[in-house]
Design a protein around this ligand. Structure first.
Ligand code: ACO
Length: 428
């Protein structure tokens, strides 16, 4: 028997069931609230609303804990690969050697893009925002796979579109970049790892194949692992919302890309570098910048700081910060932006404004410096976040269909005009 909560309004009482998660999180079940009382709950921004139960990812924001399927992100970051973590996020268990090999084979066989898609890329202006291109091409993929526009959660009807999206998103990213700089497309190589192939499609030239340093390939793979899932954030909720109408996996993840693009979400990794570059190039005193970020009359924010859920630290930021030093050292790069980032972090972490509001560096604070060192153009940063987040979006889409959830449809409290009569044009 679960504990009950009692809601009292105007002398009437309603008992509400509670749902307790495997980590002890408590949710009050209000699914019968409107039917029994005519009332709804109001929670703009959904800060207190659980939209589903999920077995995929657990976050304890107060303690800085992130786990996928029960495995700590720190351990996955140290011991796993992006492909293995992807399998884990999608299917709930670490794969056996045979399962991983089959999975990687499926991904490998989907690495290229249909040549007919070339004209789509060429149709965009050279300066088209890569997230717009990514979203459009993910939807366009559906046009080449109309037999896969189902809501299947098992068998090839699910595994094939899932493998196509996880695999082809790399080629879409690379083709987008290469089109924007006027370079020919580089076909994938079957001998390379998931991440090695991505770097190859981005940076190889016909007679000069790109050979990443092991530290670089590992750091890129780690970047993808750290972005693999993050429970019901803005983009994942979008994927679920769109998918709840029984829209296909292709259009659901394309919508997720739109949500991720914004500067308050995945777009923050781009904004962090723009902020650090601005401080560097214009000789702004970091102290002055921090003061501006605290000023409610300015629209300046310390980008890469703050998180809806993490209130002590973002474990992904901690892991990435360590990697940045490794990669810069391996590449013999001395990046002044890293010094500025560290200075900003130090200042903010001892400033009462940030301390009282529990604002800590999030995953985007150091990821931009890492990507920049690897040679990824800043406009592509959020696309790389999307590559990493694909397993999480797909796993959530699948879980929602396994649970047969109803179409997502929030309600509202109407605050506009009450009924009034139409006014003829002459009298207005
Ligand atoms: N710089 C300065 N002040 C901030 C910042 C920041 N980066 N973030 C939050 N605050 C302040 C807010 O102004 C607010 O102050 P107030 O209580 O005096 O009004 C307080 O801290 C609480 O912030 P909210 O905006 O209510 O927090 P919310 O949970 O709604 O937003 C968000 C979280 C969007 C991440 C926010 O912290 C932010 O805009 N950060 C910068 C953008 C960013 O880095 N986004 C990436 C997030 S991680 C990810 O999506 C992968």
């Amino acid at each position: 028997m679960s504990e009950k909560a009692t809601l009292e309004y105007k002398g009437k009482k309603l008992e509400l069931e509670s749902v307790v998660g495997s980590e002890g999180e408590v949710g009050i079940d209000i699914t019968q609230l409107r039917a029994k009382t005519g009332m709804i709950t109001l929670d703009p921004g959904y800060g207190n609303t659980g939209s589903c139960t999920s077995d995929i990812t657990f976050i304890d924001g107060e303690k800085g804990i992130l786990r996928h399927r029960g495995y700590a992100i720190e351990e996955l970051a140290e011991k796993s690969s992006f492909m293995e973590t992807t399998f884990l996020v999608l299917y709930g268990h670490l794969p056996s050697a045979g399962e991983l090999s089959t999975f990687e084979g499926d991904i490998r066989s989907e690495a290229g893009l249909h040549y007919g898609m070339k004209s789509h890329f060429e149709g965009f202006p050279d300066d088209a925002p890569p997230m717009a291109v990514l979203s459009a091409i993910l939807n366009a993929l559906a046009c080449y796979n109309t037999e896969l526009l189902t809501t299947a959660t098992e068998g090839p009807a699910f595994t094939v579109p899932a493998a196509k999206i996880i695999s082809k998103v790399r080629a879409i990213a690379a083709w987008t970049y290469r089109t924007s700089v006027g370079k020919p497309f580089m076909p994938p190589r079957p001998d390379l790892s998931y991440t090695g192939n991505f770097l190859h499609m981005m940076f190889s030239e016909t007679f000069n194949l790109y050979e990443p340093l092991p530290e670089v390939e590992r750091a890129m793979d780690l970047f993808f692992i750290l972005h693999a899932d993050h429970e019901q954030n803005c983009s994942t909720s979008t994927v679920r919302l769109v998918g709840s109408s029984r829209a296909s996996l292709f259009s659901s993840v394309a919508a997720g890309v739109g949500a991720l693009w914004g500067p308050l979400h995945g777009g923050a990794n781009t904004e962090v570098i723009k902020m650090l570059t601005n401080i560097h190039e214009n000789g702004i005193d970091p102290k002055e910048y921090v003061e501006q970020a605290k000023d409610k009359n300015s629209d300046v924010k310390l980008m890469g700081f703050g998180h809806r859920v993490y209130k002590s630290f973002d474990p992904r930021a901690k892991i990435l910060k360590g990697q940045v030093d490794n990669v810069l050292k391996a590449l013999k790069i001395d990046d002044p932006l890293l010094d500025i980032a560290k200075e900003l972090e130090e200042m903010a972490r001892s400033d009462p404004y940030f301390v009282e509001r529990n604002l800590y560096p999030n995953v985007d604070f150091y990821s931009g410096i890492l990507l920049r060192a690897i040679g990824i153009p800043v406009e592509m940063f959020t696309v790389l976040f999307a590559i990493g987040r694909m397993p999480g979006w797909i796993a959530n889409w699948r879980e929602m269909h396994v649970q047969s959830l109803r179409i997502n449809r929030p309600r509202q409290i109407y605050t506009g005009e009450t009924l009034r009569s139409y006014v003829p044009m002459a009298d207005r």
